[in-house]
Write a protein that binds this ligand. Sequence first.
Ligand code: SF4
Ligand code: SF4
Length: 321
Amino acid sequence: MIPFARQLESLGYSGLRALEVGTLQVNLGWRCNQACKHCHLQAGPERLEQMALPTIREVLRVTETGAIPVLDLTGGAPELNPHFEYLVATLRRLGVHVRSRSNLTVLLEPGKEHLPEFFRKHRVELICSLPYYQQEMVDRVRGPGAFFKSLEALRRLNSLGYGQAGSDLELHLMYNPGGAFFPPGQKPLEDLFRRELAQRHEIHFHHLYTLLNMPIGRFQDYLRKSSNYESYMGKLLASFNPATLSGLMCRSLLSVAWDGRLFDCDFHQALDLPLLPGLPQTLEEFDLQALASRPIRLAEHCYGCTAGAGSSCGGSLAGAE
Ligand code: SF4
Ligand code: SF4
């Protein structure tokens, strides 16, 4: 495998730098009500990592300057953090756009049933993971019953106005493949999901984002056990697309771990690959100017973001299709 940095050098890049910190992606903890087979964080009900209140206050401190327009909340299931609602409500009071990633089934957990109304009240943008529009695949990856629970949560959100045509209550779906293959084209897949979910279940959403499975965490375990790791990495390398480099999410996003440490992205966080030495490493050391143009740590799994149409938490990369 050609190291990712060497691949860039051959194109005349001496590394990659961030262009801004337009989004702070905050991981509120690795606890999740699900334990999906592809999870890059190996999240699950037994995980104890959770962002504590002092760290949440640090997130608010670096946000209240107003210099970072978008807060992107993720996990695990971010809704399981006991301070989730306090954080969202405070961020909205500060005028920050809040995007929250939901696995949908968590909205049916005891004590979480009020969250759809809470989201509506605070005009939270939702990105909801739904690996497919058919039961068999979703239950295989996410566990028995996950598909119909996800539909029930989507119906509740739709009934409040989320995902409806013309509504500003944004509801987007996130697709990832159910095996060692790349996502199909984002737009045709969005059209397919839209038609099937509307016709079969009367469910509506705004956009669908595709995310390639990163060769790390549980998905890497699966690749190795099924003897697919080498061929998957080979496909990533062979599909390297330089047109994705300008839109890589690490160039405009900074990731905060549950313990307040800073990373270039959630994938690096999963592998405990911190920011390069010499940069601020924690929320306490936060320095927007230094972070906004920071050199990015490169790793082999970066090929997962640059393959084909490119991949990110916001879907395939603009300009790459
Ligand atoms: S993929 Fe998402 S929903 Fe599934 S275990 Fe990981 S964090 Fe939870
Ligand atoms: S894994 Fe992707 S988002 Fe993370 S640093 Fe590499 S290219 Fe950037």
